[in-house]
Design a binder for this molecule. Structure first.
Ligand code: ZN
Length: 218
């Protein structure tokens, strides 16, 4: 595996909610029958590079409440998809990385209670943290990908794509039947259980095989 030299500009970021049963349960949600989708705009994306310690800036907790981390396997498309087959979906995957779907959890709960959209809790500047992209080939059909999030040297999330309710290729097919996907679009494939609050000074490490991304929270 090598890092991709050239990554595409991010278009839209499509996020999948409740794609791991254990995470759905930890937030008191039912397991969905079809993928729960929402989006983040490109304006909230920030990047981590493998060879430096990045910075994660939290929104003001006094004003917005706690920010939670959600570590997720992320895919970037190098081609367009509309009403795609699984083979077409696989061929359109241009890069793979790990990311953090940062969430203002208290605000999200309030919005959910009112039946309102989640953008205020999911789209603030810096709410989508992405590692730099790596070659997708070694991941095959993405049914056996393992990844971890460590905070202050403690493993807090352990991702195993075989536990996804909607596996990666199935997700891409499903999304492409709902709306068009374009080269550059990113799919955050959902978080495993173990989500929690970030605090200033936390040191995060995301690990995907031999790749790792480091960040400090400010
Ligand atoms: Zn998420």
């Amino acid at each position: 595996m090598t890092a991709l030299q050239q990554a595409l500009t991010v278009g839209k970021v499509i996020c999948v909610g409740r794609n791991y049963a254990a995470h759905a349960r930890e937030l008191g949600n039912d397991v969905p029958k079809s993928p729960l989708l929402f989006m983040k705009p490109a304006s909230c994306v920030t990047y981590l590079n493998q060879h430096e310690v990045g910075t994660i800036h939290l929104p003001d907790a006094d004003k917005f409440g706690d920010t939670h981390y959600e570590a997720e396997l992320c895919i970037q498309l190098s081609g367009d998809l509309k009403n795609a087959t699984a083979a077409e979906a696989k061929a359109a995957i241009g890069g793979v990385t790990l990311g953090l779907d940062l969430t203002l959890r208290e605000l999200q709960s309030q919005l959910k209670d009112k039946g309102q959209p989640w953008e205020r809790a999911k789209c603030f500047d810096g709410a989508c943290v992405l590692g730099d992209w790596v070659e997708p080939q070694v991941f095959g059909d993405f049914t056996d990908v393992h990844y971890q999030l460590f905070i202050n040297d403690e493993k807090v999330q352990d991702g195993d794509s075989s536990l996804m309710l909607f596996p990666v290729l199935e997700l891409l097919v499903e999304i492409s039947h709902a709306f068009s996907l374009q080269a550059g679009d990113v799919i955050m494939t959902g978080t495993p259980s173990g989500v929690g609050k970030l605090a200033c000074g936390d040191k995060l490490v995301l690990v995907l095989n031999e790749y790792s991304w480091h960040a400090c929270v400010q």
